[in-house]
Write a protein that binds this ligand. Structure first.
Ligand code: FES
Ligand code: FES
Length: 165
C-alpha cells in the first residue's frame, strides 16, 4: 500500500507492507539506526519514537497505521545539528555507558519536558518505567532530565540548564 506520512519533518510517500513494523522500516529500509532494536515486544523502550507527538514503541507500530501521521525519531529532534539541552545534560552528567538505551530515553525525556518543563523526580521515574537500562543504574539519567527541567539560576545561565555533576 502507498502511505503518505511525515518523518522528521519531511513529507513521505512510501510503498509499504501494511504489516511491516515501523522499527524495521526505519532501520532496514531507511537505514535510520538511531532507533534501537531490543525486545521487539514493547518492554524495553529502546525503540521509542514519537507519533503525532506522543511516545510510541516502533516495534509495536505497523506501517499501515501511519497514514497521515507524523513520526519523529532520534535523528529528528536536533535543531541545526546541535545537541538539544537534554542531550547536553546526558553528556555533562555522563548519563550513559554502552548507549544502547539512550535514544529511547532521550525521546521519552524530551516528550516529558515538552509537557512539563519542571517534572518532579517521581514524575520522571514514572515516565521512564517503560525503559530498561542495563548499565547506568538510572540515577544519572534521572539527574539529567531533572537538571534540564530546573529553571535557570540567572538569565546568563539560561543556555546551561544542566545540573553540574
Ligand atoms: S524493541 Fe520495542 S520496546 Fe523493546
Ligand atoms: S547505557 Fe547501556 S543499556 Fe543503558
Amino acid at each position: 500500500m502507498l502511505i503518505e506520512w511525515t518523518l522528521n519533518g519531511r513529507p513521505m510517500r512510501s510503498e509499504v507492507s501494511p504489516f511491516q513494523r515501523l522499527l524495521d522500516y526505519l532501520r532496514t529500509d531507511l537505514k535510520l539506526l538511531g532507533t534501537k532494536e531490543g525486545c521487539r515486544e514493547g518492554k524495553c523502550g529502546a525503540c521509542t519514537v514519537w507519533v503525532d507527538g506522543q511516545i510510541a514503541n516502533a516495534c509495536l507500530m505497523l506501517m499501515g497505521q501511519l497514514a497521515h501521521k507524523e513520526v519523529t525519531t532520534i535523528e529528528g529532534i536536533n535543531e541545526k545539528d546541535r545537541f538539544t539541552p537534554l542531550q547536553e545534560a546526558f553528556l555533562t552528567n555522563s548519563a550513559l555507558e554502552c548507549g544502547f538505551c539512550i535514544p529511547g530515553m532521550l525521546m521519552t525525556g524530551t516528550a516529558l519536558l515538552h509537557q512539563n518543563t519542571n517534572p518532579s523526580r517521581l514524575e520522571i521515574r514514572e515516565s521512564l518505567k517503560g525503559h530498561l537500562c542495563a548499565c547506568t543504574g538510572y540515577q544519572k539519567i534521572l539527574d539529567s532530565i531533572e537538571g534540564v527541567g530546573l529553571p535557570p539560576a540567572s538569565e546568563g545561565q539560561a543556555r546551561m540548564r544542566v545540573r553540574k555533576p
